[in-house]
Design a protein around this ligand. Structure first.
Ligand code: MG
Length: 273
């Protein structure tokens, strides 16, 4: 057998195997199901469901048309105290910015509860931030709040522009679980962005974990967490674990370190289910 004939025969076998795999895979998703003659291009071309048209914002970070505006610079109506959900969020709004109230009632969380979502949030370290390690502009975005205080799943907010700490606790870490793929920090005083895709964990009726939580994070447009699979809630001491929960609030951390408080702005979310 010539080399050419052999390669042709081998490729034919590959095609047959590939077709068999496609045919035996009854679904790629709930809606993409290969049918018919898979040697024809039409067999792998779909026209439904049609993705909805969403008008993008004019600039990077501007909310698209279907976003839920969680903070627009003027109101904390969408937020409540995380430690006492009967109380209002008491952080400070000034000049369109939302600043942690370190003398107040602690962390704040959204009144609305979410499962899977896309989140955009901007944050800024004070220009004259002081302290080091974890005590330098520490805050956090909890992707699902599972209780008061620091209960939940935290993406770290910290000044790591010129500051080192344990890498699984630096800026954009999945706290004590996932080291960020890059340090994309801007200098204190500059506004920074997190764009996050959160897939909530799933549990069966008995409370057993059926699907782990996953998170993708862009920090200032740089991919820093790529579909990271969480091992449970993020914890300062001890190992992560899962405990069944459903839709949850998004929480912003008031951290106890003595450094100056950080600020947030332009917070919006797009629920994905
Ligand atoms: Mg933190």
């Amino acid at each position: 057998m010539s080399k050419k004939i052999f390669l042709t025969a081998a490729c034919s076998v590959c095609l047959i195997i590939a077709d068999a795999q496609v045919d035996s895979t009854t679904e790629m998703t709930a809606t993409l199901r290969y049918v018919g003659d898979t040697t024809k291009p039409e067999a792998t071309e779909f026209y439904k469901p049609v993705p909805p048209i969403v008008t993008p914002g004019k600039g990077f970070g501007d909310a698209p048309s279907d976003a839920i505006i969680l903070f627009d610079g003027s109101s904390l109506d969408k937020w409540e105290s995380a430690n006492d959900t009967t109380k209002a969020a008491d952080w400070i709004i000034d000049n369109g910015e939302l600043t942690v109230n370190k003398k107040g009632g602690g962390s704040i969380q959204t009144k609305q509860k979410f499962m899977d979502y896309q989140l955009h949030i901007e944050w800024k370290e004070p220009t004259d931030i002081e302290g080091k390690g974890q005590a330098r502009g520490n805050s956090g975005v909890f992707l699902a709040s599972t209780g008061p205080g620091d209960a939940g799943y935290e993406i770290q907010v910290l000044d790591c522009y010129n500051n080192t700490t344990y890498v699984d606790g630096q800026t954009a870490a999945v706290y004590k679980q996932g080291i960020p793929l890059a340090n994309a920090c801007k200098k204190p005083g500059d506004w920074q962005t997190y764009d996050i895709v959160w897939t909530a964990p799933r549990f069966d009726a008995s409370g057993n974990l059926t699907d782990s939580a996953r998170v993708t994070v862009f920090h200032n447009g740089v991919l820093v967490q790529n579909n990271f699979k969480l091992r449970g809630v993020t914890r300062y001491i001890g190992l992560p674990y899962y405990k069944a929960h459903g839709a949850s609030s998004i929480k912003l951390q008031s951290h106890g370190d003595p450094s100056k408080p950080i600020s947030f702005r332009n917070i919006w979310a797009r629920p994905l289910n």
